[in-house]
Design a protein around this ligand. Structure first.
Ligand code: IMP
Length: 429
């Protein structure tokens, strides 16, 4: 039996919500370990749709859920999300939700800064979610963040806010913007503290206890491998490490606790925000993928860019992320295409290469080398066994496995939890 880490193997939005929900129903505890409320996971449970941003997916079913230290928390957004779930009949109590007391907070100033910088960048913008994720991680690394535990320590809060504002007010003055007032930040934090503190504790201890008891731990990654701050398409990335190794650091557990790494992989490619995308489609085929796949951001509502499956990028994610097997999602979106294309290599300055280079200018110059495959006319939606799939769909799946050098452990054929074909149980690895 093994713990499982779920990560996205592309640029996020691979359909992690459904797979995580499916696995969460069999896990003893679910852990978020990076990112913040930039994530958007949609779960469909008994016909009801739940949209989660910051809360681990386990909370919907009452499975103990942990927000680990690697996450940046906007306490107001968290409180609102708990409120929305409560309106849908899901009560989030401190028995179900545990928050690492050493998580760094996202304050309103981080959101303002994120959006102001994007606006000022014009064409050079990253296309962030505007949620303050980058600025909050910057303050964490610069050792001036306010953390969850600080909410319980009003005596030291003034000193910490002063330290934070020494930096931010200098920046704001330089930009000719209005500076911030320490007293009002303190008042806001004091007001929100009682909504967050009941959930706060040293969660690494709880996780160590779960591990000792041999319980199943599910680590729920957000975003995707290609948005990783080190290994992604920098600078068009998020500000955290999204790969499986982060599950250990971002929850307070040794690397031995990680177990099986499941990479969620969409049967085609999408991306929101700016940045390179070699297989992007600008024609009616891309439009069709977007419409059939409902490719609009859960968090920002932005239209996602769509393109063919890029096996080079996913193979890179498999190697970088230590992915043991993939969950292939949204195969049904490809139903009805006469032919399909898969990117099998790139051409860079006349030479063929089998990896995505790090340099921005090289990334912009690579051209995809496509392999064309026959499509299928029958519907694959809702298939629950391999035998129900058309032969050409099976061929497509097998070719992907070969190209990315990882097996398909799970195949998801609709947003419904039970429309899943299981080839290999990650928990039983
Ligand atoms: P940030 O995380 O808001 O700083 O945004 C940085 C980049 O990551 C932008 O391209 C966003 O569109 C992208 N991004 C952040 N979160 C997600 C997500 O959950 N799914 C897909 N893209 C995301």
């Amino acid at each position: 039996m093994s713990n499982v880490v779920v990560i996205g193997s592309q640029w996020g939005d691979e359909g992690k919500g459904k797979v995580v929900d499916w696995l969460a129903s069999r896990a003893d505890v679910v852990v978020r370990f990076q990112g913040g409320h930039n994530a958007g996971h949609t779960l469909v449970v008994n016909g009801t749709s739940y949209k989660l941003s910051l809360l681990p997916s386990g909370v919907v079913r009452g499975t103990p859920s942990v927000i680990g230290n690697g996450v940046v928390i906007d306490p107001w957004a968290l409180s609102r999300e708990i409120g929305v779930l409560s309106g849908q009949g899901v009560t989030v109590t401190p028995d179900v939700l545990m928050i690492a007391d050493n998580c760094a907070l996202i304050l309103p100033l981080h959101g303002h800064l994120d959006r102001a910088r994007e606006e000022a960048a014009g064409k050079g913008k990253i296309g962030t979610t505007g949620r303050g994720i980058g600025p909050a991680y910057e303050d964490k690394v610069a050792r001036r963040a306010i953390r969850v535990c600080d909410l319980a320590d009003p005596d030291s809060l003034d000193m910490k806010i002063d330290r934070l504002l020494t930096h931010h007010n200098a920046l704001l003055k330089g930009l000719g913007a209005k500076t911030l007032d320490a007293a009002s930040i303190r008042a806001e934090l004091e007001e929100i503290a009682p909504h967050i503190l009941p959930y706060a504790r040293p969660v690494w201890r709880e996780l160590a206890a779960y591990r000792k008891m041999g319980k199943r731990i599910l680590f729920e990654g957000a975003q995707g491998a290609l948005l990783d701050v080190d290994h992604g398409t920098y600078p068009f990335v998020t500000s955290s490490n999204t790969l499986a190794g982060q599950a250990a650091v971002g929850s307070g557990m040794g690397p031995g606790g990680i177990g099986y790494v499941l990479g969620i992989t969409k049967a085609y490619t999408t991306r929101v925000g700016e940045g390179p995308f070699p297989t992007e489609l600008f024609d009616d085929k891309g439009e069709r993928l977007g419409v059939r796949g409902h490719e609009f951001g859960t968090v920002t509502g932005r239209k996602r860019r769509c393109g063919w499956f890029d096996a080079v990028l996913v193979r890179q994610s498999v190697k970088l992320g230590g992915i043991d097997g993939i969950a292939l999602t949204k195969l049904d979106v490809l139903d009805g295409f006469d032919t399909l294309k898969v990117c099998v290599a790139y051409r860079l300055d006349g030479k063929e290469i089998d990896y995505f280079p790090s340099s921005m200018s090289e990334q912009a110059r690579v051209e995809p080398v496509f392999e064309e495959m026959e499509g299928w006319t029958q519907s694959t939606e809702g298939a629950r066994s391999f035998a129900e799939l058309p032969a050409t769909a099976v061929k497509y799946v097998r070719r992907i496995e070969e190209l990315i050098e990882a097996p398909v452990a799970l195949l998801s054929t609709s947003p419904e939890r039970d429309d899943t074909i299981l080839m290999h149980d990650p928990f039983e690895d």
